[in-house]
Design a protein around this ligand. Structure first.
Ligand SMILES: *Cc1c(COP(=O)(O)O)cnc(C)c1O
Length: 847
């Protein structure tokens, strides 16, 4: 069943034979695909040649798996997500195929370095942060667990912007990731679908005398799928990432051309193609842009039409659709799938409302990702009705039937009807997408225990009361293939040498490392791995920054989107406090520390951009002050993305997870750090709670208010000025920023930030300040006891089994999707020597 591991099992002659074939592959691809001789090939040519060669090795498994999707007995997960933050493909595919060593050798024998080739890849940044990266980790685990799945999303021409730092400020640059060519995707032009927009609806009577409604769109666009194979780890199953790109239905309208409206025809084409032009760079913040609504509808309609087409190849009708597909909505971005599938069933396939509703409500499941009210999607009724008039009608009908049910359940309670309605009528009328997703599916889940509890007791409490079994928890996870094997090869080698490599597919096996904390040789090797990882990053940044960074220092890291709820500014207040203490007392007994930040701010989020400026301003002052800069340095790593993450998570000593309790749904960065042997300083928020539970409280640096204390303080009235006035250290730190110490005397620059901390801070930074500083003091003390620190770090990694995305996906399969693994047999089809004969058949069957 499982393919033999070519790296471990093949003989030497097989190996060298294979390397010869790989080298021949590179030369062929250079010549026939890139059209260059080796002597005039660029690095990009070589990257593409190597990638195409590797892609060829995936093809048998890929086509095999595609065929097996058409088997009636295999249920398929349709994972609908507006974001897939996949990261670079080549390195991951080499690892999952077990071809890394051979390709590395072959590349070397061609006079190149595999690292150069791998680093050349432009990562597809088709996501903002945690949510998009989660979707990518889940695709890896789905394939590795042999669960048939299709990830459906958007092929943004411009993904997440590239971040540059100029004068300490963030600058955004367009991400032209497709420019160098994308060797991993296959355009499937003959699976194109059409998607309507705007227009009106009309009633008519069909040939059988039935009253029906049809949507007459004002315009159409074409959705073209681009398929990327998603390999599992050392299995034959290959899943599919199908991303949709928008095109005008006709690129040159001859009618328009003939009447002379050439401009109009081209304009229409350009309008259509803007739909998938750019990823909206807002994380955890909703902006009601009409184009974004249509972007969501576009990919959802394409995907639902695609699943319906696949289903109808195998079955006569859609009655049993929920037996074939489990469709997961990754947040509410694809929630318009509920009325879209109703429309397809009723208007196109002529189901009754009741039968259609039964199918729909057995198809969808919804993952909630946020508790922040400003992140909840709600579209103005007028806008939704203008863009999708038929869908608004369907939403009204869903709502009216749902509210009838609510009224029966809670007679006389008008308030519960108002609260649960899909339509928010408190002011301008809005469609609440979370309510639509809750009502239109059979399951709802939160992404960490605490988050799910808060959903049950607050955000979705009415829905939980109505349907007590519908809301469950599936704690997030990350894939150890990318976040350990790929990104931390030194650690992966050390672990495998100690306990074998079974941990890669069963992360609970890391528990076998626990006894090693008493083995001084192992502990020393562990420290050496961390030291080498730190040295790599020091080397990288030694050219850009004057003073060499000291790999013996503690690497204290906070990388994630810049957001007030994540409280990068709490971290900064501690840094300023430490700076002042070091200035006042050169003999202060603290270990040297490098504070490392990374993360992007949404381009319209002024406060987040000001926080970036403050990080860089503090860095400028601190790093150039000889009184402190041997013991305190600050580094902002620009353009944090998956590629940078590969370097950052493995080199951290300390992981900063310091959001206000109750604001971070789960976090996944926290898991990546711990797996790689960093200790966490964190609040009882999101998955931190479960991480602390797993590693044991004595191996976790806890500080700050818990959710109850946050709530009590909110009720009692949070008064930051009193805290400020009563805390000398805090007062001094804030005053130093306010008086322009880090802004060349400019007292205005950081005033908005200071004012928010002192007068209107929903994230209660000052309330947790002293607890944080005290906890950091303890962190410093423990770090100076290297043996103790190392023990704690090993125990952290050893107890991360729960946070593999394999466990998350197994939970989804068991609790929600009711799917079992469907291993694909590898049946090698020989390509015929004498060419193919085109078969005679009625219809082409394909996925
Ligand atoms: C894991 C990851 C995130 C999520 O980080 P959090 O700390 O959970 O917010 C964001 N961006 C990238 C590139 C990641 O790899």
């Amino acid at each position: 069943m499982t393919r033999t591991n070519t790296t471990d099992c093949s003989s030497h002659t097989n190996d060298s034979n294979n390397i010869k074939k790989l080298k021949r592959g590179f030369a062929y691809k250079l010549f026939y695909q890139q059209g260059v001789w080796p002597q005039n090939a660029s690095l990009n040519d070589y990257y593409l040649a190597v990638s195409y060669t590797v892609r060829d090795r995936m093809q048998q498994m890929f086509l095999n798996s595609i065929l097996s999707l058409q088997k009636k007995e295999s249920k398929i997960v349709g994972y609908l997500s507006a974001e897939f933050l996949m990261g670079p493909h080549l390195h991951n595919n080499l690892i999952n195929l077990g071809l890394y060593d051979q390709v590395s050798r072959a590349v070397e024998e061609c006079g190149l370095d595999i690292k150069q080739i791998i680093d050349h890849e432009e990562e597809p940044g088709l996501g903002n942060g945690g949510l998009g990266r989660l979707a990518a980790c889940y695709l890896d685990s789905l394939a590795s667990l042999q669960i048939p799945a299709i990830g459906y999303g958007i092929r943004y021409e411009f993904g997440m912007f590239d971040q540059e730092i100029k004068n300490g400020w963030q600058k955004e640059l367009g991400d032209r990731w497709l420019q160098p060519g994308n060797p991993w995707e296959f355009k499937k032009a003959d699976l194109t679908v059409e998607v309507g927009a705007r227009g009106h609806t009309e009633q008519y009577t069909d040939d059988h005398g039935n009253q029906r409604v049809r949507w007459v769109p004002g315009g159409m666009v074409k959705g073209i799928p681009y398929d990327t194979p998603v390999l599992g780890y050392r299995v034959n199953n290959v899943n599919l990432l199908r991303l949709w790109s928008a095109e005008a239905p006709k690129s040159f309208d001859f009618d328009d051309f003939n009447v002379g409206d050439y401009q109009g025809a081209v304009h229409e084409k350009i309008m259509a193609e803007t739909i998938t032009k750019v990823l909206y760079p807002n994380d955890e913040h909703f902006r009601g842009k009409e184009l974004r609504l249509f972007q969501q509808y576009f990919f959802v309609s394409c995907s639902m039409q695609d699943m319906v087409r696949i289903h109808l190849f195998m079955f006569p009708n859609l009655d049993n659709f929920p037996d074939k597909f489990a469709v997961q909505l990754n947040d509410t971005h694809p929630a318009i799938a509920v009325p879209e599938f109703m429309r397809l069933l009723i208007d196109v396939h002529h189901y009754s409302w009741e039968r259609a509703w039964d199918i729909v409500t057995h198809t969808f499941a919804y993952t909630n990702h946020t508790l922040l009210p400003e992140a909840l999607e709600k579209w103005p009724v007028a806008m939704l009705g203008r863009v999708l008039p038929r869908h608004l009608e369907i939403i009204y009908e869903i709502n009216s039937r749902f509210l009838d049910l609510v009224r029966i359940k809670y007679p006389g309670d008008v308030d519960v009807v108002r609260r649960m309605s899909i339509i928010d009528e408190s002011g301008e009328r809005y469609v609440r997408m979370a309510h639509l997703a809750c009502i239109g599916g059979y399951a709802i889940n939160g992404v960490a225990e605490l988050h799910t509890r808060l959903l049950k007791n607050h955000t979705l409490t009415d829905f939980h009361r109505l349907w007590p079994d519908k809301l469950t928890n599936v704690t997030n996870g990350v894939t150890p293939r990318r976040w350990m094997v790929l990104s931390n090869p030194r650690l992966a080698r050390l672990i495998s040498s100690a306990i074998g490599d079974g941990w890669i597919t069963n992360l609970y096996k890391l528990r076998e490392l626990e006894p090693m904390v008493d083995d001084p040789v192992f502990c020393e090797k562990w420290q050496q791995v961390k030291f080498d990882n730190k040295q790599d990053i020091c080397a990288m940044f030694s050219c850009a920054y004057g003073p060499m960074f000291n790999p013996y220092a503690m690497f204290d890291v906070q990388v994630k989107r810049i957001h007030e709820y994540k409280r990068q500014h709490l971290n900064l207040l501690h840094i300023v406090n430490l700076y002042q203490r070091l200035k006042n007392n050169p003999n202060l007994d603290v270990p040297p520390r490098i504070f490392i930040f990374g993360g992007k701010a949404a381009p319209g989020y002024t406060m987040a951009k000001l926080i970036i400026k403050l990080i860089n301003s503090i860095a400028e002052v601190v790093n150039s002050d000889p009184d402190v800069n041997t013991r305190l340095q600050v580094l902002f790593i620009p353009n944090f993305n998956v590629q940078i993450g590969h370097m950052v998570y493995p080199m951290a000593d300390l992981s900063e997870q310091i959001s206000l309790a109750g604001k971070e749904a789960s976090g996944t960065g926290n898991m990546k750090f711990s797996m790689n042997g960093a200790l966490t300083i964190g609040t009882l928020d999101g998955a931190n709670v479960e991480i602390r539970e797993e590693v044991a409280p004595e191996n976790f640096f806890l500080f700050g208010m818990d959710v109850n204390e946050v709530q009590e303080l909110g009720t009692a009235g949070y008064d930051p000025q009193t805290i400020y006035n009563q805390n000398e250290g805090l007062k001094a730190a804030i005053n130093l920023i306010a008086t322009g110490h880090f802004s060349h005397g400019d007292r205005e620059l950081f005033r908005p930030l200071i004012d928010s901390l002192l007068y209107h801070d929903p994230y209660m930074v000052l309330a947790d300040y002293q607890s944080y500083v005290d906890c950091q003091q303890k962190v410093g003390e423990v770090f100076q006891d290297t043996r103790r620190w190392t023990k704690m770090a090993i125990l952290n990694a050893a107890r991360m089994g729960k946070f593999s995305s394999d466990r998350s996906i197994a939970d989804y399969c068991r609790k929600i999707w009711k799917i079992k693994p469907f291993p694909v047999e590898l049946k090698l089809q020989q390509l015929p020597e004498n060419g193919f004969k085109f078969p005679q058949r009625d219809k082409i069957v394909r996925t």
